[in-house]
Structure formats: structure tokens, C-alpha cells
Design a protein around this ligand. Sequence first.
Ligand code: DHB
Length: 304
Amino acid sequence: MSILETKLGPVIFRNPILLASGIVGFGEEYRELIDLERVGGIVTKSISLLPRPGNKPPRIVETPCGMLNSIGLENPGLERFLTEKKQFLETLKTNVVISIAGSSIEDYVEITRAIEPLDFFSVLEINISCPNVREGGILFGKDPHLTESVVSRIRAVSGKELWVKLTPNVTDIGLIARVAEEAGADALALVNTFEGMAIDINTGKPKLGNVIGGLSGPAIKPLAIKKIWDVYQAVNIPIVGMGGICCWQDIVEFMLAGAQLVQIGSALFANPKLPIIAIPKLEEFVVGKGLNSLNEIVGKVIID
Ligand code: DHB
């Protein structure tokens, strides 16, 4: 077993680094930039039941140390995913995580049923935390009752590993995390973006066509670490951590806070090779610390 290998339920990851949802689409373009088979896994853009054209532009605004986006879950929808997008993913020799999003619980259940027979993917990530759509999205992830309903309904029709992607835009993320765990989640992925807004002082108008958006990038890293630490203390299931990871040291930090796996998102725009660069650095770290496996540091922040 390699020193970076880790197992979540029955799924083996060759290293803890996954590419976050929404950054690499369905992987076809990104494969020109890195060898996708060297990462632990790739998470697809969230698929909705029907195709979504996304929100009106501008959709991305740069902020100090961060990025504000309001894509609006643009995606080809379930049918075109099945006819056009899944073929490339089927050939990949790494873990494929399919992310799904819905406007209603029925949407989530219908997509889950349709993809359940596909055997090329190992994990289903439910996005109940998109800040940029009018119906569904983040509303599910902010309300413990809706979180319970959507997770338990999906659990009832899926035997896949089930990750629930949580929003940080709540007062008590530990509460939502426990509800998702009790409803049958196998792991929790966090954090999704923080709700944000930017205004052009010359025009007086919001900089995003959708008015509000989700903030990602290094600006949110300490906020994300705190949420992960909160959730680590609240649940017994594994955590997949993300939120502003920019270098291999950030990965170590997320793991010390309680994440067993991590996802890299916005940083890929500036440094597409970051996941590949981080792998030997993490190996050196493990050896330098005299550990047998990177897994040994999960949740091991020392609090005196
Ligand atoms: C979008 C979805 C997300 O889950 C997120 O965090 C940010 C943006 C979107 O497609 O708009």
C-alpha cells in the first residue's frame, strides 16, 4: 500500500487529492493538462435533471485572494450526460465522483435512479449547497429537515458511496452534518462556497449578473478549516475537505483539521498542475515525519 493511499468505505483512492466539482467539467479538456489517472479522483460538474444554460453574465468576478462566481449550475442535463459525457469518464482509471443537483427532492431521486446502474463511478456527491439557483440548491443544505429528507430519499435508492456536500452558510454546520450522517451519508464534503456580493462603484450595479455568488479561493481557507474542525467533532463519518487549497501544505492543514480526502478547486485555474506537484511533496512530508501513511495525521491538530 502506498503511503498516500486511503480508503473510504469500499473505495480506494491512490492519494487524497480530488479535483473539485465545477472546475474541470467532465474532464475531457483537463486531460490535456494533467494525467488524470495520477489523482485520487475527479468530481463532475453537478448534473441536473434538465439541461441548464446557467446565469446571465458576468458570472465570475475576481476578489482579493478569491473568486466570486455565479455560474448557475450550467450543465448538459441528465440525458446528454448519459449520451455524451459519460463515455470519456468510463475510460478513466481513477475514481469518478458524480455530483448531482436538483430543484426538488424528486429531481435528486430521479437522477440517482437513472445513474445507479452505471458501474464506472464509485461515489455519488449530492450538491445541496449551490448558492446560485433560485430553487433547491443551497435551500436544502440550510434546512435540517430538507437535508434529512433529500439524503434519506437518495439513500433509499442508491447503494453507491454517498457524499453530501455541505454549505458553510449556516450557523451550526455540526447540526446539518449530524443530520446528514443519520440520514445515511457515508461521508461529508465541505465547504462549498461562501455567499458573497460585489458592487461596481462607478455604475452602482452588482458586478455579477446574478447579483450574488459564491466565494472560493485562498480567502476562504481559514473559514473552511474551522468548519471542517467543527464537523470533525460532530460526526463519525469521514470528511472530504476543500476551500481555498493552493499548495501541498494546505492539504496537510486540511487533514490535520479532520479531512481524510481533499478537493482542489479554484487553484486549478492558476495552477492546473498543482495536484501532480503536490503528490511527491506529500510523500516527502510523510517520510520526513517518520509516518507510515498520510492518513495518520487526520484530525491530529494538537490542542493544548
Ligand atoms: C455554482 C455551484 C456551486 O455549488 C457553487 O459552490 C458555486 C457555483 C454554480 O454553478 O453557480
